[in-house]
Design a protein around this ligand. Structure first.
Ligand SMILES: Cc1ncc(COP(=O)(O)O)c(C=O)c1O
Length: 455
């Protein structure tokens, strides 16, 4: 068919397995360390937080891990998600590049996050867990876990970073509609929250703080476990349905990407779109350039250190080797709340160390400008996080134009921005600052990295 815009797969084509890139890595991941002993964590160290099946996935080196049928059954509500050819954006840019985007905003919560929320809720339910605690930055992850909790009959309590909680009251309402509870973080409910409020009563919160609160709260009840929306190996694993579907859809289009672009907060949607393609390259197939777009105000990949660090501000989680700005670094309150995390997934960090991905830091105003150009051509209003991928894609498409080369670009449009209208109002009224992080604070946070013998 000429000029196809949308490439759709039927429900039978939802992947049957998740793809685990660990099987194809040229160098193994370094182990996570216990926060008390600094020795490698064993499965029993994680049992208070996660059910057995997820602990096994976290450590697995199997290339394929079967997706349980009850998870695929819920996935069928919105998966396979569409792959679009951005023909009107291409025309507006007057680029010879072909631009494709995988749209994850069709999920009930409006982003890629339910791909792992549904899986995590399923495994917790199977293990007899009654209640989950979690953090949320943008509110997308909290919504996704609230939805998944409703599907599997689990109570969900969400600690939402205070600046986002204030920017986006309707995200809280959405979580409550699915039966979850949502509180602003730092809160007076946990020891970590009380300590931070005592020192910084006006703290805007951060994902690192909210994670500490959720982990602490999970430890208070034997029927409660903790759920994380990014960073960990099993979370990235669950997101690989995105790239696997995109590969099949590009095959329908008779194309293969030269360039893949994703935005990176903790790394999960980026991994979801990119890992299946990077895996093909690691097994001897084509090797697209892979670009990770992060906010200039929280630049863990471009300015962070590759070192062992805590995943949270309260130092309750294991230490992992990752690109980090330091666990005490509190990023400025810019509008892509899902990208305000001090670290990066160990798997994404290792790929960068191996030179297999290219990081790029982008200022928020340029990303909103790209998002509006996208909305005015393609019609979909991206989430502020996704705008980073849109911006990176437009930059690449304009390079293609300057060089007169028609490359194929694939990017992940990981969520819609319907709950982010205040951000767009602020952008359009010229009120968004291109925050820079505080250099002194960054220096101090990096100076406080834990001393681990083998770095
Ligand atoms: C729409 C959206 N995109 C991206 C992210 C960043 O997370 P990750 O890097 O794990 O995809 C978030 C996190 O909340 C999000 O809500």
């Amino acid at each position: 068919m000429p000029d196809t815009v949308k490439y759709m797969l039927d429900e039978g084509r939802i992947p049957k397995d998740w793809y685990n890139i660990v099987a194809d890595l040229p160098r193994p991941l370094e182990p996570a360390l216990h926060p008390g002993t600094l020795k490698p964590v064993g499965p029993h160290d994680l049992q208070a937080l996660f059910p057995e099946a997820l602990i096994q996935q976290e450590a697995s080196a199997e290339r394929s891990i079967e997706i349980p049928e009850p998870v695929r059954e819920v996935y069928r509500q919105w998966r396979p998600s569409p792959l679009y050819r951005a023909r009107r954006l291409e025309r507006a840019l007057d680029t010879p590049a072909k631009i494709y985007y995988k749209y994850e905003g069709v999920s009930p919560a409006g982003s890629h996050k339910p791909n792992t929320a549904v899986a995590q809720a399923f495994y917790n339910k199977e293990a007899g867990v009654k209640r989950l605690t979690t953090e949320t930055g943008a509110g997308q992850w909290g919504s996704a876990l609230a939805f998944a909790g409703a599907e599997f009959g689990l109570d969900v309590r969400v600690y939402m970073v205070k600046v986002s909680f204030e920017q986006k009251p309707y995200r809280k309402a959405l979580m409550e509609a699915w039966g979850a509870e949502c509180v602003a973080s730092p809160s007076a409910e946990t020891g970590v929250g009380r300590q931070i409020l005592a020192e910084y009563p006006n703290s805007p919160g951060s994902l690192g703080i909210a994670i500490s609160e959720a982990v602490e709260a999970a430890g208070q009840h034997s029927d409660t476990k903790y759920s994380l929306g990014s960073v960990l190996n099993h979370v990235l694993l669950h997101q690989t349905v995105i790239g696997q579907e995109a590969m099949a859809q590009l095959e329908m289009a008779g194309d293969y990407p030269d360039i893949i672009v994703g935005c990176t907060g903790g790394g999960s949607n980026f991994a979801g779109i990119a890992f299946p393609f990077i895996g093909v390259g690691l097994r001897g197939g084509p090797k697209p350039r892979v670009i990770a777009c992060e906010p200039a105000a929280c630049p863990s990949l471009t300015r962070g250190k590759y070192a062992y660090d805590f995943g949270d501000t309260g130092h309750l989680t294991p230490l992992v080797k990752m690109h980090t700005l330091g666990s005490t670094f509190v990023p400025p309150g810019f509008h892509a709340g899902g990208l305000r995390y001090h670290g990066m997934a160990p798997l994404v960090s290792l790929l960068q160390d191996l030179g297999l991905i290219e990081p790029r830091a982008l200022a928020q105003n340029s990303c909103f400008e790209a998002g509006l150009q996208f909305a005015r051509t393609e019609g979909i209003l991206p989430a502020p996080e996704a705008n980073h991928a849109v911006r990176g894609t437009i930059e690449e498409a304009l390079c293609c134009k300057a060089e007169g080369i028609g490359r194929t670009i694939l990017f992940n449009l990981c969520g819609h921005g319907h709950f982010d209208m205040q951000a767009y109002i602020d952008y359009r009224s010229g009120m968004l600052a291109d925050h820079s992080y505080d250099e002194v604070e960054l220096h101090a946070a990096l100076a406080n990295l834990p001393k681990v013998a083998a770095q």
